[in-house]
Ligand binder design. Structure first.
Ligand SMILES: Nc1ncnc2c1ncn2[C@@H]1O[C@H](COP(=O)(O)OP(=O)(O)OP(=O)(O)O)[C@@H](O)[C@H]1O
Ligand SMILES: Nc1nc2c(ncn2[C@H]2C[C@H](O)[C@@H](COP(=O)(O)OP(=O)(O)O)O2)c(=O)[nH]1
Length: 226
């Protein structure tokens, strides 16, 4: 069997992690594992971890490391036959160390997007809460204003995407993410991308992954996932 490929995508809220992860998943056949989606599934299913996490998320706080690692590591460990891209985890140094002890990463993609761009994007971000589908009223608007394309249900805006909450949230992200980025830089697997537009970053990420991912992997995995 060809070697599996394991990647992490890092970046502040609104940097395009979800958007780029979807492109990586469909172009290279990697599984997109999103901590936010996984948390929402657990909250909806009222699992023990979901119940624990809910209050933190409602208050705009990070879920404690021990809850996150208990939730995410088994999910990562069971992916023994698939290549994957982790989005939203690890978020702290403790989570990054826990992930290190579970698996070896091939690359870490880090998105470096100017603050003004992030503020502008998140101001226009609307979400379908049940699925986590994300829209942007300028970049990828829904087909019908205010409604999810698939379910037709109403879209909402996160309280913490509103301008008042944003600046503090972005500052907090920077403090927490810096040691994680430093760790991956020291390991020599960090690739940083800076721009204001996902469409300009994407060709660079795509060509980087084309050089790193074994050529037969994309086809083999696509054949098993679709
Ligand atoms: N690795 C993590 N560690 C701690 N809390 C997490 C983690 N991942 C997600 N969360 C919690 O779940 C919430 C939703 O996560 P999600 O990644 O979907 O959205 P977000 O914080 O708005 O980030 P982004 O805007 O980057 O997508 C976060 O605000 C946080 O409370
Ligand atoms: N205008 C503009 N908006 C963009 C671009 N890339 C992504 N977006 C939108 C989609 C979302 O509404 C918002 C945040 O993107 P996301 O993929 O949810 O980011 P993240 O929070 O997962 O990191 O910004 C982009 O390049 N330009």
């Amino acid at each position: 069997m060809s070697k599996l490929f394991r990647a992490v995508i890092l970046g502040p809220p609104g940097s395009g992690k979800g958007t780029i992860s979807e492109r990586v998943a469909s172009s290279f056949g990697l599984k997109h594992l999103s901590s936010g989606d996984f948390l929402r599934e657990n909250i909806a299913a009222k699992t023990e971890a979901g119940v624990l996490a809910e209050t933190y998320i409602e208050n705009g706080a990070l879920v404690p490391d021990h809850v996150m690692t208990r939730l995410m590591l088994p999910r990562v460990e069971e992916m023994t036959r698939h290549s994957w891209l982790l989005d939203g985890f690890p978020r702290t140094l403790a989570q990054a160390k826990a992930l290190n002890s579970t698996c070896e990463l091939d690359i870490v993609i880090s998105l470096n997007i100017p603050l003004e761009t992030l503020k502008e994007r998140l101001r226009h971000r609307w979400i379908h809460p049940a699925s986590g589908r994300v829209y942007n009223m300028c970049f990828n608007p829904p087909r019908v204003q205010g409604m999810d394309d698939i379910s037709g249900e109403p879209l909402i805006q996160h309280e913490d995407d509103k301008p008042e909450a944003l600046v503090a949230r972005l500052r907090h992200y920077k403090d927490v993410a810096k040691p994680v980025i430093d760790l991956y830089r020291a390991k020599g697997i960090l690739h940083m991308f800076s721009d204001t537009e996902t469409d300009r970053i994407w060709p660079y990420i795509s060509s980087l992954l084309s050089t790193k991912i074994p050529t037969d992997l994309g086809d083999a995995q696509r054949a098993t996932t679709h």
